[in-house]
Each structure stands twice: as C-alpha cells, then as structure tokens.
Design a protein around this ligand. Structure first.
Ligand SMILES: [Zn+2]
Ligand SMILES: [Zn+2]
Length: 133
C-alpha cells in the first residue's frame, strides 16, 4: 500500500499496487499547473487509486484531461483523462515516499526549460511516450 496527501493534510489517498510507469513530464501544461519546471509522476491503474480522506476538486486542464487538487491548500494531486480513464497519474511530490518510484523516462523533452535538466541517462521522448496507450 502506497499513501500520500496534500500539503495541508485535508486530502489523503492511497494506491494499492506499484505504478505501471513513472516519469518526468516537461510539457507546458504540467509546468503551469505545478508552477515548477517539471512534473514527476507515477501512473496507477484507476481501480487501485482512492482518496481515503477529504474530497478532491477537479478542473479541465485540457480538452482531454483534468487535474485534481486540494481546494484548501491548492496541492495538485493527479491527472487523469476526462473520458475512459484507465490510469491516474499521481504527482510524485504528493506521495509519502516518492523515493520508491524513480522516474523511468522523460516526456515532452521539446518543452523542457533550457536552464533546467536532470543528470540521468533515461530515454527522452520529444512528446508523449510512443509506446503509451
Ligand atoms: Zn490540502
Ligand atoms: Zn505534462
């Protein structure tokens, strides 16, 4: 069981299995929604993810997806597709033990901020992972 929550503690969640994938996303939507240069995330099957305390607020961050956050402290918890979501992409910074889920690749390298980089040899995809559903 893997747990996490928002900064103020009003929202808590858990994931019952290890993530299907984890990575960095450099896209401009992730930059803007977090206010950070990159978003590190882990993707869990939707049926294995649940809120255990509080209720998340969500908004459409694009025509195809929405983001869920704590309406008290503003911490963004996750992203999921608006229709037929099979996975929930959880912001790794909101997990209690983010060290458990090292990123496996980079997405949207084309949008990476020029002054920001990570010291790794991970695969870098110009946009989304060609192998992803
Ligand atoms: Zn909160
Ligand atoms: Zn992104």
């Amino acid at each position: 069981m893997y747990e996490g929550g928002c900064l103020c503690g009003a929202l808590r969640f858990r994931a019952e299995v290890r993530p299907i994938a984890s990575g960095y996303c450099h896209c401009t939507l992730c930059q803007r929604s977090t206010g950070a240069p990159v978003l590190a995330w882990a993707s869990f099957p939707v049926e294995a993810f649940a809120y255990t305390k509080g209720r998340a607020t969500s908004y459409d961050s694009s025509p195809w997806g929405h983001r869920e956050f704590c309406n008290l402290c503003g911490t963004q918890i996750c992203y999921r597709k608006t229709t037929d979501a099979t996975t929930v992409d959880v912001n790794l910074g909101s997990m209690d033990n983010p060290s458990d889920f090292p990123p496996e690749y980079h997405l949207y390298e084309k949008d990476r901020i020029s002054w920001f980089d990570t010291a790794d040899e991970l695969p870098r995809h110009a946009e989304s992972d060609p192998g992803a559903a």
